[in-house]
Every structure is written in C-alpha cells, then in structure tokens.
Design a protein around this ligand. Structure first.
Ligand SMILES: [Zn+2]
Ligand SMILES: [Zn+2]
Length: 97
C-alpha cells in the first residue's frame, strides 16, 4: 500500500488534510473553511455563503409577496362586500321610487 502525501495547493510545504467540496482544491488546516458541514477553499466558501444568503433573502421576498397577496385578497373581498352593499341600497331605492 502506497501512502502518497498530498500538499496544500496554496502552501506547498503543508500537508493537505481536506479538499474543497466545490472545486476539489487541496487544502491545509489553515486553508480549509468548514461551512455548512463541508470543507471549502476560501473563495468557494465565500461564493457558497453569498449563495446561501441569496437563497435566504429569496425566501424572505417570497414570504413578503405571499403576505401582500393575502392583503390584496382581503382588500378585494372588502371591496366586493362594499359594492354588493351599494347595489343592494340602490335596488331598495329604485324599488321605493
Ligand atoms: Zn474551492
Ligand atoms: Zn494552505
């Protein structure tokens, strides 16, 4: 069995202990960034973090939109009730004439 020593791609003299989950770059203890339960190189970790943040803000926008839609529906229902009331009043008035 051959044990091949792999070195960090940024620090050629340091033994690699991990590989980036995204780009597969070999990393030493100092270079490896542990994020979301995986090892990343610094640039991939950065990209992954902003991706996660974007996903989170998308979710927030989605929730906000849902709430807006609900409010719009409630407003439409209120309008419909008001219109129905107006029509009923008009019908009564017309009948009185
Ligand atoms: Zn990477
Ligand atoms: Zn390194």
């Amino acid at each position: 069995m051959i044990f091949e020593t792999v070195y960090c791609e940024s620090h050629g003299n340091r033994i690699s202990c991990a590989a980036c989950f995204d780009c597969g770059k070999l990393l030493c203890v100092e270079c490896a960034r542990r994020s979301f339960g995986r090892d990343y190189c610094s640039s991939c970790e950065h990209a992954e973090r902003s991706k996660q943040r974007r996903r989170y803000s998308d979710k927030l926008v989605f929730i906000a939109e849902g709430r807006e839609r609900q409010e719009a529906r409630a407003l439409a229902l209120r309008h419909a009730a008001l219109i129905a009331l107006c029509l009923a009043t008009a019908a009564i008035l017309l009948r009185l004439h």
